[in-house]
Design a protein around this ligand. Structure first.
Ligand code: MG
Length: 356
């Protein structure tokens, strides 16, 4: 074998991303939309392919003999570190426990990895740690292990956090994006777009008559309540974070090969969010949420689920927003206020970088 052959082998398989289109990583590759999906499909799935990863759930369900556990991981690079309604610490806990909850599991333990930039004030780090502890305590999960690395001044942005959550499957839970089927009803537990708009408002220096706060919150108890009430009538759960409701529903439609039809009149969107979105040039359907849960449920259980959501402190603005249909498989359609219809595609680009 010649030296040339050896160097070819050492390079390994060729990167399958269309290099001509994207020779380098773009911010939009982290936006939760079309480019994130492309990165996942053509790099990570291509490299790591296995049946558990291929379910493309919010976390992985592992069968360990008698125990069924869920593991999920998420990284947080939000800017600024503190925002109305939360901070990177509470968000890092909520984001991960919510992904565990979206698999139908109760979080029991968390791991936290910190990448700190030299020069970060110790007081800032202490506030973030206390905020994480409070958020974890609220859901009865402890931060049981972790790691810290420090990078040179100017090579990070204060602090980045990775959190991994471990959970145990709740009794009766059988939640998977593949279970969406025609006839199902799509519900959400409250008003859309609050997290993204709150963070963007503070970044852009916008002020509104009513203070806009992030909806960042743990959804574990809410998920427990609806699973207790409707059991395996709950087909799919998904938190519409980056890329918003539009991207989350597009992912589910594509995976389950069903169509989803939304009714614009049913979408719970507050006037101040609509106003802020107009100023910022955003569509609320694409704006990130951090305390919202989409539930796709069997039609005959939809009223019970809605009633259970309304009775929960995080569900008083819950609404039925659409249905799963046989038509246009893989796509989401919005029936507009004036009676027309339009396709709602996945987020393209990233109008809200570093939102979580
Ligand atoms: Mg998620």
């Amino acid at each position: 074998m010649s030296a040339g052959d050896r160097s070819d082998l050492s390079r390994g398989p060729r990167c399958p991303l269309p290099i001509a289109d994207h020779p380098t990583v773009l911010l939009a590759h982290g936006g939760g939309g079309r480019l994130s999906r492309m990165l996942l499909d053509r790099v990570f799935l291509e490299a790591f392919r296995n049946p558990i990863l291929e379910t493309l759930h919010d976390g992985a369900l592992l069968d360990l003999g008698d125990a069924r556990v869920v593991v999920s991981t998420d990284s947080f690079v939000i800017r600024p570190l503190f925002f109305p309604g939360g901070d990177i610490g509470s968000l890092a806990v909520h984001g991960t426990v919510n992904d565990v909850a979206m698999c139908g599991a109760k979080p029991v333990g968390l791991c936290a990895g910190f990448i700190l930039e030299e020069g970060l004030p110790m007081e800032t780090l202490w506030q973030i740690a206390c905020s994480m502890q409070e958020a974890a305590r609220e859901v009865g999960a402890s931060i049981v292990t972790g790691d810290t690395k420090v990078v040179d001044r100017g090579k990070g942005d204060g602090v980045f956090i990775n959190t991994t959550g471990l959970g145990v499957l709740l009794p009766g839970a059988d939640v998977s994006p593949l279970r969406a089927r025609a006839g199902d009803v799509v519900l959400v537990n409250g008003s859309l777009g609050l997290h993204g708009v709150a963070v963007m408002s503070i970044r852009e220096g916008l002020e509104f008559e009513t203070a806009l706060e992030s909806d960042s919150a743990p959804l574990c108890d809410l998920v427990r309540c609806i699973l207790e009430r409707a059991g395996n009538g709950i087909h799919v759960l998904r938190d519409p974070t980056r890329g918003g409701v539009a991207s989350a529903l597009n992912e589910i439609a594509a995976q389950a090969r069903v169509g989803i039809r939304l009714d614009e009149r049913g979408l719970p969107i507050r006037e101040e969010v609509r106003g802020a979105c107009e100023i910022l040039g955003l569509d609320p359907l694409y704006v990130a949420n951090e305390g919202k849960c989409l539930a796709i449920v069997a039609r005959e259980r939809a009223d019970e689920v809605l009633e259970t959501l309304h009775a929960h402190p995080l569900g008083d603005e819950a609404a039925i927003i659409g249905e799963v249909v046989d038509e246009h498989p893989g796509r989401v359609v919005l029936r507009t206020r004036i009676g027309g219809t339009r396709f709602v595609d996945m987020l393209s680009g990233d109008p809200l970088p570093r939102i979580c």
